[in-house]
Design a protein around this ligand. Structure first.
Ligand SMILES: [Zn+2]
Length: 135
């Protein structure tokens, strides 16, 4: 038994292991598994196996640098999406009192008080003026 433990510990020495991308893939894996139980689709089954293979490959991979780069890329995409969702929620919450406009110069989204008519607005980011029309 001790020999087995030693071999197992030795096997996982220097392996990449679990990260945020792995956790995300695990969720995808479970969702596909449930969908496949409902729909019994060969495409879903193949996708399920593919996700499983990728998960195991990443888990036992010894190329830590490449796996970390993949994880960083995933985190960047996830954070970008989270930011967009957060902004949409905020826009919906503020829809009666504020309007959101993109600055034509620097493309930053600016929140402005909702006042009817034409206004001149100064971008807080690039300090340039632009026209805003509110209906
Ligand atoms: Zn600007």
């Amino acid at each position: 038994m001790n020999n087995f433990k030693y071999k197992l510990a030795n096997f996982f020495q220097g392996r990449y292991g679990v990260d945020e991308l792995y956790k995300f893939l695990l969720i995808v894996f479970i969702i596909i598994w449930i969908l496949n139980m409902i729909f019994r689709n060969p495409f879903l089954y193949l996708l399920w196996i593919l996700v499983c293979v990728v998960m195991i490959y990443r888990l036992i991979s010894k190329d830590v640098y490449k796996r970390q780069k993949e994880n960083i890329k995933y985190l960047e995409i996830r954070d970008k999406l989270k930011g967009k969702i957060k902004l949409q929620k905020r826009k919906w919450k503020d829809r009666k009192t504020y309007i959101y406009r993109k600055c034509p110069n620097c493309k930053v989204e600016i929140r402005l008080p909702k006042k009817k008519g034409k206004h001149i607005c100064t971008c807080p980011n690039c300090k340039r003026d632009f026209n805003v029309r509110c209906r």
